[in-house]
Design a protein around this ligand. Structure first.
Ligand SMILES: [Zn+2]
Length: 53
């Protein structure tokens, strides 16, 4: 695992992933982040974000 995949908030200690790997493509392929979803530029896989509060 790489630290580049996660972002740690220095105040809250909350860890949030900054990149999501594509489940359909090979390792190293990541989903592009959009305001409400992630999408893969290779295969077109789309994963919608969940609004967690
Ligand atoms: Zn893909």
């Amino acid at each position: 695992m790489s630290h580049d995949l996660y972002k740690v908030d220095s105040k809250t200690g909350k860890v949030t992933p900054t990149k999501r790997p594509c489940p359909r493509c090979e390792k190293g392929t990541y989903l592009a982040e959009h305001y409400n979803r992630y999408s893969c530029g290779r295969c077109g896989y789309t994963e919608f974000k969940r609004n967690e509060k």
